[in-house]
Design a protein around this ligand. Structure first.
Ligand code: C2E
Ligand code: MG
Ligand code: MG
Length: 489
């Protein structure tokens, strides 16, 4: 009996009832077993449901991570494209535009103020987008400091969000102006993949990048051609540099009081076998965008040092020559040291290599620029403020930057009005009080020379006396024209 009971239970029976049995008790025992099973099943089902729920929630989390940017919580590139496609499909009769925008030199904000400040700027943008656009369209963060929007066409062009975003970044109190650039692609063909629409908006954005006056551009089909051409140009530039096709021309600068040649400015030229002699206006902007300008300028500075060595050997006193310094250089912490190394390698006194820094670099108000200037001047280099008056010049710049010399931009001398003359006169006067030398640039007419002399401007550079010429012709030019050591106008 007991053995049977044991076997039965071992084989998985729930219970064992031996005869004779009490039917009421047996019924209860069976009921208990049934209840136990039902409860167990329910427990299992509940557990299963919970697992399913968890899995579903996890899946949602994963989807969120996959679709959203970690820092800002905005849609990432993939999700932005998908949501935009959905938006377009849902509103077949409405016109839309895709916008890309980014922050000028965002890397610099991170470098100067720390990445926490950079994050703060990005978050301020994300917050503003949320406040302004959650009803109107789709927005996301594409990468780094680039954001994307898809908005109804009118909203996109009306630009209220532009002002809202600009205010938001201004409020982050980065103590230099944070500039946003916007590129807009007005959607015509809705079958085009959204990421291509984004590329087009991005091309428009790059067409205004670095522009002082315009921060907003619409895509047009020429931009694509220009993009391809520029891309090619940079490649050609690299090749030309390897093949030694870039050289400095030199334009003499004269003292207005004595008429003596006192210095020269090196101006790059590209000698192309097909195109001939190409002036810098046709390639420098693109080389600046791509960063290639740094290597090109390095090459020009080497060539100028060689020229200085040569002239020092040929004449008893060698005039200084200035080189143009791209503003990009000031983002390189080794810039000063590189220059110091350069002149000592050629054994050239630093006072012979003058450095022209364009006014707009000062207007950027970079702390590194101030630091680099002070360091360069303490090593005996001369620093000139170039293109003064071309951008949003302010006399305040002269006060804050202890430059050695200021070059008045050619644009001053295109206007012959009394007012223009008065402006030039007061700048020259102020510079004199501050002990800053003045150079008038782009002077073509003898009457301009008379005027400049009458107001006490120090130096003059322009076609009126000499055009930029190949460096190797300079010595011959000086001798042929004046036959001696001292070159007079
Ligand atoms: P910039 O430094 O202001 O140079 C003066 C420009 O005015 C030169 O143009 C020069 O040829 C031109 N110029 C001089 N006198 C006259 C004149 O009487 N009339 C007219 N119409 N123009 C005159 P260029 O050589 O085409 O250079 C243009 C700009 O490109 C320069 O302006 C400078 O900002 C930049 N640049 C030139 N060479 C270099 C270089 O090696 N490196 C860098 N980073 N920039 C350079
Ligand atoms: Mg210059
Ligand atoms: Mg200039």
């Amino acid at each position: 009996e007991t053995a049977h009971e044991e076997t039965a239970l071992t084989c998985g029976a729930d219970d064992f009832i031996a005869k004779p049995f009490n039917p009421v008790v047996a019924r209860k025992r069976v009921d208990n077993i049934v209840v136990k099973h039902v409860l167990e099943r329910e427990r299992l089902q509940a557990a299963l449901r919970e697992t399913e729920l968890l899995a579903a929630r996890r899946a949602q989390e994963l989807l969120h991570v996959a679709e959203h940017d970690r820092l800002t919580g905005l849609y990432n590139r993939t999700a932005f494209c998908r949501k935009t496609a959905e938006l377009l499909a849902a509103h077949p009769d409405e016109e839309f535009a895709v916008i890309q925008f980014d922050i000028e030199r965002f890397k610099i904000i991170n470098e100067l103020y720390g990445s926490a400040k950079g994050d703060e700027v990005l978050l301020a943008i994300a917050r503003t987008l949320g406040e302004w656009l959650h009803v109107a369209g789709v927005y996301g963060r594409m990468e780094g400091d680039r954001f994307a929007l898809c908005l109804p066409h009118d909203v996109a062009l009306e630009g209220d969000y532009v002002r809202a975003l600009e205010e938001a970044v201004a409020a982050t109190e980065v103590d230099r102006q944070v500039v946003l650039y916007f590129g807009v692609y007005e959607i015509e063909d809705r079958t085009m993949p959204v990421d291509i629409m984004c590329d087009r908006a991005n091309l428009a954005l790059h067409s205004v990048k670095g522009d002082y006056n315009t921060h907003f551009a619409l895509y047009d089909s020429d931009m694509h051609q220009t993009f391809l051409a520029n891309h090619e140009l940079v490649g050609e530039g690299e090749r030309a540099l390897r093949e030694g096709r870039f050289e400095p021309f030199v334009q003499p600068v004269f003292d207005l009081a004595t008429g003596a040649l006192v210095s020269g400015e090196a101006l790059v030229r590209w000698r192309d076998p097909q195109k001939g002699l190409v002036p810098p206006g046709q390639f420098l902007p693109f080389f600046e965008n791509s960063g290639f300008i740094i290597r090109l300028d390095g090459h020009i500075r080497e060539a100028v040092c060689q020229l200085l060595v040569q002239m020092s050997e040929q004449r008893s006193s060698c005039p200084p020559v200035s080189v143009n310094v791209s503003r990009l250089e000031f983002y390189d912490p080794r810039f000063c040291q590189n220059l110091i190394d350069l002149v000592s390698r050629y054994n050239v006194p630093p006072s012979l290599l003058r450095l022209e820094i364009t006014e707009s670099a000062y207007a950027d108000n970079l702390p590194q620029l101030l630091e680099a200037m002070a360091q360069l001047q303490s090593h005996g280099f001369t620093v000139l403020m170039d293109d003064f008056g071309a951008g949003f010049s302010s006399l305040g710049l002269l006060k804050s930057f202890m430059v050695d010399s200021v070059k008045l931009d050619r644009s001053f001398f295109l206007d012959d009005s009394q007012r223009a003359h008065d402006v030039v006169e007061s700048i020259v006067e102020l510079a004199r009080k501050l002990g800053i030398e003045t150079v008038a640039e782009g002077i073509e007419a003898p009457e301009q020379v008379d005027f400049l002399r009458s107001i006490g401007c120090d130096l003059v550079q322009g076609y009126v006396y000499a055009r930029p010429m190949p460096a190797e012709e300079l010595e011959a030019w000086m001798r042929a024209r004046h036959g001696g050591e001292v070159t007079q106008i």
